[in-house]
Structure formats: C-alpha cells, structure tokens
Design a protein around this ligand. Structure first.
Ligand code: HEM
Length: 421
C-alpha cells in the first residue's frame, strides 16, 4: 500500500523536471516501507594506518589548496591483499537485464563491506586511485562538494553501483539523474574524465564507475579538508545495468524530513542514527537552491514556523529574491563554505542551517547528543566521518561474486551508458 502511494505520488510528480520545481519532493512521508533492522551492522574498524600513496601529477596543475599546511600525502597502501583482477578471459558477460516493472526495490540493509577491499586495483590498475585523485584535485571546490553528494545519491538508490551516472537512453524509462532530488547533482564530468584516463591506462573491464565515484567522493573530502581528512576507500564494486527516476524519491531523504524519517531512511540502508548525523556533516560545504528550503514543503524562511536564526533568515530572503523566477543558490555554511570541518554542527546548534532535516537533528535525544559531541570535537567527528563514508560506500554493493553468478552487473566502459548500448 505504501509502495502504491509512493508510486502514485511519483506519477503526479512526473511533470516536474525543471530545476525550479526541485523542492517539490511532493510526498510528505517520503520514506515508505522501511523495514526494521534486526541486527545492526557491526561497527567499522578502520584498517591500520599505512604509508603515503605515490602521488605524482602527470599534468601541470594548480597549486594544492593549502600550501601553508604542509601535511604529508594521505596514507595509502592497502593493508589487505587485493583480489585477483577481473580476468578478461571470463567467458561471456552476464545477459542484459531488462526489468519489466521499474518499481523501487525493497530497501535491503547491507553488510558493512561485502567483498570490498582496500587496494583492489593494486595489480590490475595500480594508478587508478592516483588518477582519480589527480582529476578531482583539478576540479573547483563546488564540484568537489557535488562529488561527495553524488556518491551519497548513488549509494542510496540501488546501492553504490553507479546507477546515478546513467544517462537517459530509452525515452520511456527516465533514469535516476532525472529524479527530482538529483536535478541539482554536479560533478558528472569529473567522473567521465577520470574514467577515460583510467580506460586509456588500464584498458576496459577493469575499473568500475562505482569505484571511480567512491574514490572521487573520498578525494573531494581530502582536498576540501585541506588534505586533513583522508582515508582508505574499499573497492571492488561492479556497475549496475539499470537506473530508474522513480526510485529516487522513495530512497533519498527530502530536506523536510523529520528526525524519525531520517533515522528510518538511513537504517534501511544499514546505517545507524549516529552515522546519519555524522554524514550530515557534509552540509558544511557546497550550495543549495532556494527551493530546497523555501517552498510549500519547507517554509524555512517563515519566522512563525521556522526556528532559523533571524539574521540568517533575512540574509537568505535577500539572496533568494528573484524577479524572473530563477531558483537562486546560497552557500550551506556561511563562514567556511568550501571547508570540510565540524562547523556544520555548530551551525545546527546556533540555528544557522538551511533545511528542516538539519534542524531536525536536535529533535531526538540521541541525535542531538551526537550533534553536540561532533560540534565539540572536530577530530572525533573526522574519524567518524571517514568510517561512515566507507560504510556508506558498501551499501548494497554488487561485486565480482555477483558477476560470476551472472547477476546483472558489469564494469562499464562509459559511465553514462551500459556496455550493451
Ligand atoms: C540527511 C539527509 C540529507 C538530506 C535531507 C539532504 C538534502 C540536501 C539538499 C536538499 C541539498 C541541496 C540541493 C540543492 O538544492 O541544490 C543538499 C546538498 C548537499 N548535500 Fe545533502 N542531504 C542529506 C545528507 C547528505 C549526506 C549523507 C551527504 C554526504 C555524505 C550530503 C552531501 C551534500 C553536499 C556536499 C551538498 C552540496 C552539494 C553541492 O554543492 O552541489 N548530504 N543536501
């Protein structure tokens, strides 16, 4: 029934493809049919610190973000043995998967790192991670923020399988990237560029788009934190073959979600409430369209219903003014909009956040305690953020085992289209 209601709502939303209706998430109860988690995933234990990765830029590039902080390059040497590289000799690719009913899949909590390992491409494409880092390093701060969000939006719909990267091919089957929550995603070109360089260096059928995206999200965090927040990202993901617009709204939390809805949504992906609070800290960077917090669904600029700080509210009113109906953008963190740090939690405490979903973190005892703890100690939050990003990167992943089982997975050659196209 809940699924049916969601589908009906989505049908009503089909006409809403323009950015100006980006806030029309449309369903006040957007997280339907979330199963309860019987056994929460075990806590992620980071691998032991390892020596710095070889990082030799091949192309001339802009100076690193913080010449003032000469922090060493991030540690990167796999601590776990990498699996055999995908063998091109494997008989034939799995048959193309053609779904008949494009309805949202039931959310399946996933194990923490199902078959993923650090250093997966050490033998098959040793410079894969370096290449991604080089390409991300040359992107703007805004695009870097976009990459972190892109990773999140990939993982929450069908798992981290690069389904968010697929372009529309069949006019009757719009992909995820045309879903309302995804209309403002950015950073696709960075993934294309990294993938193209990797294909040139290591050939096809080696490095998945899903892994390129996961590395890019990790590296964007690294650069936006002035090279402070670095972590090993597990890999071994395979790419999915399908992508459906109508799976976005039921799986991605809207900016007007309540704390209970946020908890349920993240739990449906196998993530805890604490991880939800931890990952929300990504709202310390990047931008938002005014429609995401100033609409009939989320009236954050209305002093009678919103607890937003009055100074920020009046500033946003000004910034969101538009004579021609343009959906303006504003920064999420007014003071350090391009810096990954724990400022977001201080903003939550001082009511200087954009979304209902941000403010909602103060509405439950456990999440508000987590906000306070993260606001107090940047180091603690950073460690939790690293671990949570890796755990998010393991949501419902498809791996080589699935490939060998002839499941509908592949290593895409072009991240925008499936290989059979
Ligand atoms: C907790 C539930 C979350 C909600 C409701 C939410 C919602 C949103 C919304 C509405 C925007 C603005 C989109 C726009 O108008 O352009 C946004 C931006 C952003 N979100 Fe979230 N988000 C959530 C969690 C996350 C997580 C888990 C991450 C990553 C770990 C993340 C990373 C970002 C980033 C980096 C931006 C800025 C993107 C850019 O500048 O292009 N968000 N989010």
């Amino acid at each position: 029934m809940a699924k049916l209601a969601a589908v009906l709502t989505l049908i009503a939303l089909l006409g809403c493809a323009a950015r100006t209706c980006q806030a029309e998430y449309g369903n006040p109860t957007p997280v339907p049919s979330i199963p309860s988690i019987t056994s929460p995933p075990p806590p992620y234990t980071p691998t032991t610190p390892s020596p710095p990765p070889p990082y030799t830029p091949t192309t001339p590039s802009p100076p690193p973000p913080t010449p003032a902080t000469p922090s060493p390059p991030p540690p990167y040497i796999p601590t776990t043995p990498s699996p055999p590289p995908p063998t091109p000799a494997t008989p034939s690719p799995p048959p193309p998967y053609t779904p008949t009913t494009p309805s949202p899949p039931p959310p399946i909590p996933s194990p923490p790192t199902k078959g993923l390992v650090v250093g997966y491409y050490q033998q098959s494409c040793p410079r894969a991670e370096d290449i991604v880092r080089e390409v991300v390093r040359d992107a703007s701060a805004g695009i870097m923020a976009g990459l972190i969000r892109l990773f999140f939006h990939d993982c929450f719909v069908r798992g981290c399988d690069a389904s968010v990267l697929l372009d529309q091919v069949d006019p009757n089957s719009p992909p995820e990237k045309l879903g309302v929550p995804n209309l403002s995603l950015r950073g696709f070109e960075v993934i294309d560029a990294a993938k193209a360089r990797i294909e040139k260096e290591c050939g096809s059928d080696v490095v998945s788009c899903a892994d390129v995206l996961a590395f890019a999200g990790r590296d964007a965090t690294y650069f936006l934190s002035n090279k402070k927040v670095y972590f090993n990202m597990t890999a071994g993901r395979y790419d999915g073959l399908v992508s459906f617009k109508n799976e976005t709204l039921p799986n991605l939390p809207p900016p007007f979600a309540t704390v209970d809805q946020l908890k349920a949504n993240f739990a449906s992906k196998g993530l805890t409430a604490d991880e939800m609070v931890t990952l929300s800290g990504a709202h310390t960077i990047g931008i938002s369209h005014c429609s995401s917090f100033n609409s009939s669904f989320s009236d954050r600029l209305n002093p009678s219903t919103s607890d937003m700080d009055p100074t920020l509210m009046s500033s946003l009113r000004e910034q969101c003014k538009s004579d021609n109906g343009t959906d303006n953008t504003v920064v999420q963190d007014i003071n350090t909009p391009n810096k990954v740090d724990n400022k977001y939690y201080k903003n939550v405490l001082s009511h200087e956040v954009l979304f209902d979903s941000d403010a909602a973190l103060m509405k439950a005892d456990d999440t508000s305690a987590a906000v306070r703890a993260n606001a107090k100690d940047n180091g603690v939050w950073e460690e939790k953020f690293k671990a949570a990003m890796v755990r998010m990167g393991a949501i419902e992943v498809k791996t080589r085992t699935d490939f060998l089982d002839r499941a509908p997975v592949e290593i895409r050659r072009n991240c925008r289209v499936v290989n059979s196209h």
